[in-house]
Design a protein around this ligand. Structure first.
Ligand code: GLU
Length: 433
């Protein structure tokens, strides 16, 4: 079967058997993780601005709840389907275990191109989704958050809709809300910041000099923009940036804040330098997304969608370090090929775990009704990312395995000990209490 037609979920779970060999986990638990706990598909009728009715399809998958309520974002994308949402939910289970936060994994999606909707249609769709899944989610059962093409305002609408259905204010049902509506400070850049902290850990171990380190970023949404901005502020050379329309390249590096400003204003990635409100074009070469991935840079950051690096283009990848800010940007076959070539991949379930970690902080603050300052959020996030990066890195070195296998083994050990705490076959089949 070609990689493009293979199920994303099947490809995602293929890591389990390999990683289990290096983890403290019962084989029964591995079998359990190959099957999502519950899957819901809903139809969402929406009255469009022109008076017509359009019916959208939405999904919510809860993968595993051993370690706590399930947690994970909702994406709006024309290609979202149940297979993708299942894979994303599985990754959330592992991601929450990697960073040791007390959640299982879930994910949601709606098959829609949100760029084709008016703002009012988007609000009706978002509220309509919550009406359909209200019995499936909840602050102690399953807690959504933003993902691809969803944002804080959408989370605010969803929280409001859920609260109306329950007839009491329930901020902890969803995270990534606007700060004014119970969101956490520092949630907006948390995914990019978590990845940045991972890169700082690598920098320390590899002895990089930022001003001599070149970086290419594929995808300029929330996570891509923030990681680029933080690295640029540290002196890293961001030589290539792309979004869904294509990209720009300059060996001298770009002024990232100027490009973000332009993207905010025009929705396009353009090579500019801004001084105050005045922006001027700077020399650059136009490149495609495919070309960006194959650039000869020190650090490659895929921050867009799944399956960007496959067995087809893996042989042409030149970067020696890849930080997976997107979920699932590299297929399992490509990952194996790159690792064999000695390319270090910081896997998604670690590299982009900053988002859900600050989501956890938001949920804790909502439940306590007491809010932290930004410094506290950053400190706590940094502490977790540094500690878990180090544990994964050490497991990789000790066992002589790639970092993805090490991260899964780390996650599986946490899930495995949680399952064992309730008793496994070895316990039950073994005599009296
Ligand atoms: N959608 C993000 C992810 O893939 C964040 C999930 C969350 O905050 O619950 O990790």
């Amino acid at each position: 079967m070609s990689e493009q037609s293979q199920s994303l979920f099947e490809d995602a779970i293929s890591v389990l058997d390999r990683a289990a060999a290096y983890a403290d986990i019962d084989p029964e638990a591995i079998e359990k993780l190959k099957h999502p706990r519950a899957m819901l598909t809903v139809s969402i009728p929406v009255r469009m601005d022109d008076g017509s009715l359009q019916v959208f399809t939405g999904y919510r998958v809860q993968h595993d709840g051993t370690r706590g309520p399930t947690k994970g974002g909702i994406r709006y994308h024309p290609k979202a389907d149940i297979d993708e949402v299942k894979a994303l939910a599985f990754w959330m289970t592992c991601k929450c275990a990697v960073v040791g936060i007390p959640y299982g994994g879930a994910k949601g999606g709606i098959t829609v191109n949100p760029k084709e909707l008016s703002r009012m249609e988007l609000e009706r769709l978002s509220r309509g989704f919550v009406q359909q899944v209200a019995d499936f989610i909840g602050p102690d059962t399953d807690i959504p958050a933003p993902d691809v093409y969803t944002n804080a305002m959408i989370m605010g609408w969803m929280m409001d809709e859920y609260s109306k259905i329950q007839r009491h204010h329930t901020p902890a049902v969803i995270t990534g809300k606007p700060v004014e509506l119970g969101g956490s400070l520092g949630r907006d850049d948390a995914t990019g910041r978590g990845a940045y902290y991972c890169i700082k850990e690598l920098e320390e171990r590899k002895g990089w000099n930022p001003s001599e380190t070149t970086v290419a970023v594929q995808g300029f949404g929330n996570a891509g923009q923030h990681v680029a901005k933080l690295l640029h502020a540290d002196g890293y050379k961001i030589v290539a940036i792309s979004d869904s329309h294509g990209g720009i390249y300059s060996p001298d590096g770009f002024d990232v804040p100027s490009i973000i400003k332009m993207k905010d204003e025009t929705r396009e990635v353009r090579a500019v330098y801004c001084s105050g409100a005045l922006c001027e074009s700077v020399p650059s070469t136009s490149i495609s997304n495919a070309e960006l991935l194959e650039l000869d840079v020190d650090l490659l950051i895929p921050a867009a969608l799944e399956k960007q690096i496959t067995a087809d283009n893996a042989p042409r990848i030149q970067a020696q370090h890849i930080i997976e800010v997107a979920n699932g940007p590299i297929t399992s076959e490509a990952s194996r090929m790159l690792s064999e070539r000695g390319i270090l991949i910081v896997p998604d379930i670690l590299a982009n775990a900053g988002g859900v970690t600050v989501s956890y902080f938001e949920w804790v603050q909502n439940k306590a009704g007491y809010y932290w300052d930004l410094e506290e959020v950053h400190e706590r996030l940094h502490k977790i990312m540094r500690r878990e990066f180090d544990l994964v890195y050490r497991r990789m070195m000790d066992k002589e395995i790639d970092m993805r296998t090490a991260a899964y083994a780390h996650a599986l050990s946490r899930i495995g000990t949680a399952i064992a705490a309730q008793g496994t076959r070895a316990y039950f089949a073994n005599g009296t209490a």
